[in-house]
Every structure is written in C-alpha cells, then in structure tokens.
Design a protein around this ligand. Structure first.
Ligand code: MG
Length: 203
C-alpha cells in the first residue's frame, strides 16, 4: 500500500507557512514504515528540533483505479479516517531552501498517524465535514472539508493520473491552519465532528 498526501490544501495554512497558492494539488508520498496505528505513542526523532502536528482527513481507497474521472471518484472510497502528518519543519525548510525533495522531513518512521476508519455514510455531509485537534485538552486546529482548495474527488482524480490507486491506499488530504510543535508528554486527541478518532501521547 502507499500513502498519498496533499500539501497546501487549505488557504489559511498556506498563508501561515508563507507558501504560494497552488493551481494543482501538491502531492507527496509516505512509505508504510511511517505508519502508527492503534493510538500507539509517537516518539520525537533525534534529527529534528521542530516536529509539528498537522491533523488531516483521511480517505481509504477500496478499488483499483487509474485515470479516474472526478465524477466517479466517490465510488473508489467508502471510509473516512483522521490522521496526523507529522512534519520535521526544520528539515523541511532546509529541503525547500536547497531545492531538494521533502521525504526526510515528511516520510520518516512514525510520521503517519492513522485512526480507525469509519463508513462515510455515517457522516451527514462529506463536503462539510468538521474536524479538530486538541493538544493537552486545548483545541489547536479546526478544519472543515468544505474549505479544501481541492476536494477529495479532485485529489483522487488528479493523483490517479500518475499513480495507479490500489485497495488499501490512503490519502492524507491536507491540514488546516494552526500547525505547531510537539513536545515530550503531549497528548493529542483528534476528532471528526463529535467522534474521537485519535488519542495518543508524544514521547
Ligand atoms: Mg500535511
């Protein structure tokens, strides 16, 4: 399986990082070695002084597809989840400055925290799905799928031009504003609407 992530999909987050607004989705991949499930703790790696949380809606692909048209994209997923795209921001800045790829900053071990998945039918309106992240009991990020620059279906359609999508592949669909650094002993709780999807510690 593979993890396909979208960067820069919420305008206020693009502005907080000082990036340009993209006219096409910005995609990057994470390997399966980056995955953390079952609320296991996230260990801050030694190579970064600034690991940041990015809470994101997830979509799990359940059918093989290539060149998927946007109008059919919704038939390729039936489950939604929540994840954290952990980012070594200090390394990412250096990569960007040097014109290098981001992988060491985005795809390291433990950088993809993934919740259990929920049938999408259990949510009233996928186009206006609220989600948020609490850090030690205080809400630090609030998002709504309605604020995405590129919708889930547009992302799937775009990505499938380049990558054959397979059952079990997971999309990280971008983070809203409010990203910040994690510290040892932090507790992160992620929510979709009023459903707690993630609850884990930083070590
Ligand atoms: Mg992200």
């Amino acid at each position: 399986m593979k993890i396909i992530c979208v960067g820069r999909n919420y305008l206020p987050h693009i502005q907080e990082l000082g990036h340009k607004v993209p006219d096409e989705p910005t995609l990057f991949l994470k390997p399966d070695s980056s995955i953390i499930t079952r609320n296991r703790p996230f260990f801050i790696p030694d190579f970064s002084q600034q690991v940041e949380y990015e809470v994101e809606l997830l979509v799990r692909i359940d059918k093989v597809g290539k060149y998927i048209q946007e109008k059919y994209a919704h038939t390729y997923y039936h489950e939604i989840g929540l994840g954290i795209d952990f980012t070594a921001r200090d390394l990412q800045k250096k990569c960007i400055e040097n014109g290098n790829p981001w992988e060491i900053a985005k795809a390291f071990d433990g950088s993809a925290v993934i919740s259990p998945f929920v049938e999408k039918d259990q949510f009233e309106d996928l186009d206006h799905l609220q989600f948020h992240l609490d850090l030690n009991g205080t809400t630090v990020q609030i998002g709504n799928s309605g604020e995405m620059l590129f919708s889930i279906d547009q992302i799937i359609s775009y990505a499938s031009q380049f990558f054959t999508l397979k059952t079990g592949d997971i999309f990280f669909t971008g983070t809203p504003k409010g990203v910040g650094k994690v510290s040892i002993n932090d507790r992160l709780e992620g929510w979709i609407e009023n459903r707690r999807m993630l609850n884990f510690r930083v070590k």
